[in-house]
Design a binder for this molecule. Structure first.
Ligand SMILES: *Cc1c(COP(=O)(O)O)cnc(C)c1O
Length: 380
């Protein structure tokens, strides 16, 4: 049972964050209510400028959600029927969904067993597979799963060799970095999400595109607003309605202010977990130059013991979740699409063992220690 001194542990604690923000959020919401610029109001532009400073991206375009951020990028790259886009299978549905929605073909790639991110070798295999089909290989969407930036050096090499573009799906990794270079600036184009459970999050749906290519930035700024030109009622592209609400932008500006502190705390918690759990289960590992955002903290349970671990943790009032139980290449809606090999072995193994523990910046040391102790009791 939970010790008397430990507060209830949440998987992600948005209430604690609200308490930390005090009356800031109602204040900035009230400002928006006062000026009434609900669509593309001044806070949207301000947020985009602040995100550009944070990421060092040339251009930042906010949009309705992370899925649309990917969708807008595929529109900008002109992806359509007959095109193949390489995606990991071990990811949230959006990564492949946007490709299929563009009437193109997602091609599933396996992951590295250590980082759970796209394996450049499996990518090469997938490219060879597509060469035998009558499809045009167009690009790659790499995912920074659980907040750990993908191996962009290796992926860029494969992309360049095969004349493919590379999009970073950074929905889980805002705040991550490689060699001090921040997510948003690790690929020419990056998509992120501000869904409430992501590292930087609003109180609803939201997303953004980061790019170092000014042309793509300008195109996407038009596409997210019905393909408008200089005038709102000039339509120079066929676009969509995918603007970030001004209210959400105002909320994100305040959340971005505390984000560096939150990120530092996530890193402390991940280090405590790593130290406390390494003898018990497989803990996340990464190259020394990689700095994860710790959107989620995920371990691998010993074979066939995940259900028991989850049950045991629940008995100790410790919530846990599985991301993702069923990889996309085995999902009914996606199983017919091509893949790098008949079975994506690392994806299949890891999806059967992976388990995410509570991760948010407002976990106390006592709570983290309690979770580690609970893990030892369950598996000891
Ligand atoms: C959350 C997520 C998305 C989609 O973001 P939404 O804002 O929910 O549309 C895309 N890709 C990955 C990897 C995600 O985790």
């Amino acid at each position: 049972m939970l010790k008397q001194t430990i507060e209830k542990i949440e998987f992600i604690d948005l209430q604690a964050q609200q308490r930390a923000l005090g009356d800031k959020i109602p204040q900035v919401m009230h400002e928006v209510l006062k000026h009434g610029g609900y669509i593309l109001g001044p806070e949207v532009k301000k947020l985009e400028e602040e995100l550009a400073i944070y990421t060092q991206a040339t251009d930042v375009i906010t949009c309705s959600n992370g899925t649309d951020a990917l969708r807008l990028l595929l529109l900008a790259y002109g992806v359509g029927p007959g095109d193949a886009v390489f995606v990991p299978s071990f990811t949230f549905a959006s990564t492949a969904e946007v490709v299929a929605q563009a009437n193109a073909t997602p091609v599933f790639v396996d992951i590295c067993p250590k980082t759970y991110n796209m394996d450049p070798k499996s990518l090469e295999q997938a490219i060879a597979t597509v060469a035998k089909l009558s499809l045009n290989p167009k690009g790659i969407i790499a995912v920074d799963l659980f907040g750990m930036p993908a191996n962009y050096d290796a992926l860029h090499q494969v992309a360049a060799q095969h004349h493919l573009w590379l999009i970073a799906d950074a929905a889980q990794s805002f705040g991550g970095a490689i060699n001090g270079k921040v997510v948003g600036n690790l690929a020419t184009t990056t998509a992120t999400s501000f869904f409430p459970s992501k590292p930087l999050a609003c109180y609803g749906d939201g997303g953004a595109i980061f790019t170092t290519d000014e042309k793509i930035g300008n195109l996407i700024r038009s596409l997210r607003n019905h393909g408008c030109g200089a005038d709102r009622y000039d339509h120079i592209h066929i676009g969509l309605n995918s603007r970030l609400d001004t209210l959400q932008a105002a909320i994100l500006i305040e959340k971005l202010r505390i984000f560096p502190l939150e990120l530092a705390r996530r890193k402390e918690i991940a280090a405590m977990y790593n130290q406390g759990l390494a003898s018990l289960v497989t803990v996340p590992t990464h190259a020394p130059e990689v700095s994860p955002a710790w959107g989620l903290y995920s371990i691998l349970c010993p074979d066939n013991q995940r259900a028991q671990v989850m049950q045991g943790l629940a008995e100790h009032q410790v919530p846990s979740n599985v991301y993702y139980r069923k990889p996309l290449h085995l999902q009914p809606a996606y199983a017919h699409f091509p893949r790098a090999a008949a079975s994506l072995i690392h994806t299949e193994t890891i999806s059967s063992q992976v388990l995410s523990l509570p991760m948010h910046p407002y976990l106390s040391n006592a709570q983290v220690e309690y979770i580690i102790e609970a893990m030892h009791q369950v598996l000891g």
